[in-house]
Ligand binder design. Structure first.
Ligand SMILES: *[C@@H]1O[C@H](CO)[C@@H](O)[C@H](O)[C@H]1NC(C)=O
Ligand SMILES: [Ca+2]
Length: 341
């Protein structure tokens, strides 16, 4: 990913603060606040977060989260689907989110008996207008309105063009697009990355960050407490007041799809007055410069090395041309001298 990230906080490992620093911040600033970087602050929003021990989830009417389908809650995780064929489940936030800038940290675990590529299908993380509607897109409705992030563990498309699964991808929809399951959603994706996330002993996370209309996905799946880039896409316009949710489905192949936590942070970001003006409220999800299905993908931006080679050989060319030019000029002078006498 070569695009520079402007206005982003420097990335820090999750365990960036020591215990005493945390205690100090907790006492001084109150619970739920993490101070990071210079321009950005994060506040954990409990009304949009799903954490142990999942009090009341799927139960009481005061609960912030609803379960749907075969999803079930234990003390350690919310299991969207068990490692059993033809199951579907989801968990949805009841409170619409009106935050302008946010970050959703998803702590998940995918595990099962199936050997490589004999497992499925993965899970989706949603920020959508509709909630609690089962369907064919990782257990949730198609032609959705909003944002879908897919952790796809099964390659449906036979010809995979070098793509290695599991694969994480993102899609923004205004309700008109259909997710093409047989092609793993490739015609409509914004981008994505490979993420070997199955049957791991360590914790696996993905983070979805939405700041100043820029959608960024990072993953922490190697057990090193480091965020790795997965997708970075500017010009993503998402309306406010949508719902966070996550869903999963199994078919002939299956896996346990477990959500350990969903932590939603409000990001407080400085904006210039022109930035404020440019960011109009939107009511339909759109993406600037979205490459439409069937349109050729633009070629990769030039790498630094390629640029170096071009400049290097241009210089060599100029020097070479200069030398040749000088030789020819000398020859010509000699000739003209000969001519003269
Ligand atoms: C929805 O998206 C499609 C495809 O990106 C586009 O052709 C259509 O005009 C959009 N509709 C609205 C109402 O924005
Ligand atoms: Ca798939």
């Amino acid at each position: 990913m070569a695009t520079p990230r402007k206005g982003m906080r420097p990335r820090l490992p999750r365990a960036e603060l020591g215990v005493w620093a945390r205690v100090f911040l907790f006492l001084v600033l109150g619970a739920g606040l993490r101070v990071i970087g210079d321009q950005t602050e994060e506040y954990l929003k409990r009304e949009h977060s799903l954490t142990k021990p999942y009090q009341g989830v799927g139960g009481s009417s005061s609960s912030l989260w609803d379960l749907q389908g075969n999803a079930m809650v234990t003390t350690q995780y919310v299991r969207l689907t068990p490692d059993v064929q033809s199951k579907q489940g989801a968990v949805w936030n009841r409170v619409p989110c009106y935050l302008r800038d946010w970050e959703l940290q998803v702590h998940f675990r995918i595990h099962g008996q199936g050997k490589k590529n004999l497992n499925g299908d993965g899970f989706a993380v949603w920020f959508t207008k509709d909630r609690m509607q089962s369907g064919p897109v990782f257990g949730s409705k198609d032609n959705f309105v909003g944002l879908g992030i897919f952790v796809d563990t099964y390659p449906n498309e036979e010809k995979q063009h070098e793509r290695i699964f599991p694969y994480i991808s993102a899609m923004v929809n205004n309700g008109s697009l259909t997710y093409d399951h047989s092609r793993d959603g490739r015609p409509t994706e914004l981008g994505g990355c490979t993420a070997m996330v199955r049957n791991l002993d360590h914790d696996t996370f993905l983070v979805i960050r939405y700041v100043k209309r820029r959608l960024t996905i990072m993953i922490d799946i190697d057990g090193k407490q480091e965020w790795r880039d997965c997708l970075d896409f500017p010009g993503v316009h998402l309306p406010r007041g949508y719902f966070f949710g996550t869903s999963s489905v199994t078919g002939d192949l299956s896996d346990n799809h477990d959500i350990i936590s969903l932590k939603l942070y409000q990001l407080t970001v400085e904006r210039t007055s022109s930035e404020k003006l440019a960011e109009k409220e939107v009511f339909i999800p759109t993406v600037d410069n979205m490459k439409l299905p069937g349109v050729e993908t633009p070629s990769e931006p030039m790498s630094g090395f390629a640029l170096f080679l071009i400049i290097f050989f241009s210089l060599v060319g100029i020097v070479f041309a200069g030398v040749i030019g000088a030789i020819l000029y000398n020859k010509w002078q000699e000739k003209s001298r000969k001519h003269f006498y």
